[in-house]
Design a protein around this ligand. Structure first.
Ligand code: ACO
Length: 327
């Protein structure tokens, strides 16, 4: 018995925000953003577009791509730090919108590593025999918690969703997953207010505490060491050589982080997927969006080995190695 990724999907807002647009909003330049991050444009949700809108669209595509119907899904897991509301969960909104009935549905919070955390849970559920088929979604509308006056963060992020259907199979598709966290570094990338520690008040709004706060240099330093280390670990445990990897899809945080991670792993740059130039950092959505894109472009063939790695707030980090099997 194994677990395979049977379907993928993604959805992005239509609205495009360019570096030139940002030049008019904060003291920055296209040149600075391009050389420091690799980002040129990002997609931004409209005011009336919550995360669930993109999650539902991505889910529909993934279920159809798997050749399934919503009724085939046994559990829905949504990874996000920008849910529609604190509660009910965005997963409950997705499952009810797709008419999935009274199946279990819940959100998880692991920032940019969220999609791989969700994959770890879904993989375990299926392997344990509890459920046959899981829908996992990484979705963010980070634009809604971005301080559009803070040039250190507002140039980095974008919105969107990606989804995958995992199901039980005679074949083995998910060859390994590792996830980690270090809560001692939580204050290097966080949103201070809006939770029980600092509920919303006039003061928190005035002090701009409902926005992402980030120590970019520290995040960068940890991302470029933790991502390659856990990717190497997951390959070693699965007994797979880095030479056998057909495609490496890292979390799209910064092009310099992507390049450095690929180099540290010794992966041919042509096998390292990047779309950060167009979409920026979409946190939990970045890996499934990139995966869907690569698949849609015909870059993934049966039996290809795909390596995924992420790093984000928490800190959290994770990696997975997947053999592409659709049957
Ligand atoms: N435009 C122009 N200047 C800027 C901008 C901007 N948008 N943002 C920062 N600067 C300035 C800084 O103020 C600083 O000026 P100073 O030297 O006068 O103080 C200077 O540029 C250099 O700042 P650094 O922080 O050293 O720049 P760095 O090369 O580290 O790049 C960046 C900053 C892009 C944020 C980088 O550290 C990074 O990508 N870190 C990873 C963070 C990340 O990706 N977070 C996303 C969430 S977590 C995740 O997904 C991994």
């Amino acid at each position: 018995m194994g677990v395979i990724v049977a379907g993928l999907g993604a959805s992005l807002p239509e609205k495009v925000l360019t570096n030139q647009d940002l030049e008019k909003m904060v003291d920055t330049s296209d040149e600075w953003i391009t050389t420091r991050t690799g980002i040129k444009t990002r997609r931004i949700a409209r005011e009336d577009e919550p995360s669930s809108k993109f999650a539902i669209e991505a889910a529909k595509i993934a279920i159809e791509n798997a050749g399934m119907k919503p009724a085939d899904i046994d559990v829905v897991i949504v990874a996000t730090v920008t849910p529609d509301m604190m509660f009910p969960s965005t997963a409950c909104i997705v499952s009810s919108s797709l008419g999935m009935g009274e199946i279990p549905a819940f959100d998880i919070s692991a920032a940019c590593s969220g999609f791989l955390y969700a994959m770890n849970i879904a993989d375990s559920f299926i392997r344990s025999g509890k459920y046959n088929t899981a829908l996992i979604i990484g979705v963010e509308t980070l634009s809604k918690i971005t301080d559009w006056e803070d040039r250190n963060t507002c140039v980095l992020f974008g919105d969107g969703a990606g989804a995958a259907v995992l199901t039980r199979s005679d074949e083995e598709g998910i060859l390994g997953i590792e996830v980690r966290s270090d809560g001692t570094k939580g204050d290097l990338l966080y949103m201070p207010a809006g939770g029980s520690r600092m509920p919303a008040s006039m003061e928190t709004v005035k002090n701009r505490l409902h926005f992402i706060k980030m120590n970019g240099r520290e995040v960068f330093k940890h991302a470029v060491t933790k991502m390659p280390a856990i990717a190497k670990e997951v390959l070693d445990k699965a007994g797979i050589s880095v030479k056998d990897v057909s495609l490496f899809i890292p979390h799209q945080a910064n092009q310099r982080i992507t390049v450095s991670t690929g180099e540290r792993l010794g992966i041919d740059p042509e096998k390292v997927y990047s779309n950060i130039e167009r979409f920026g950092n979409t946190s939990a959505a970045s890996i499934p969006i990139a995966w869907w894109e690569a698949y849609s472009k015909g870059m993934i063939k049966e039996n290809d080995i795909i390596l995924l790695a992420a790093f984000g707030g928490g800190f959290t980090w994770a990696a997975a190695v997947v053999k592409w099997r659709r049957k």
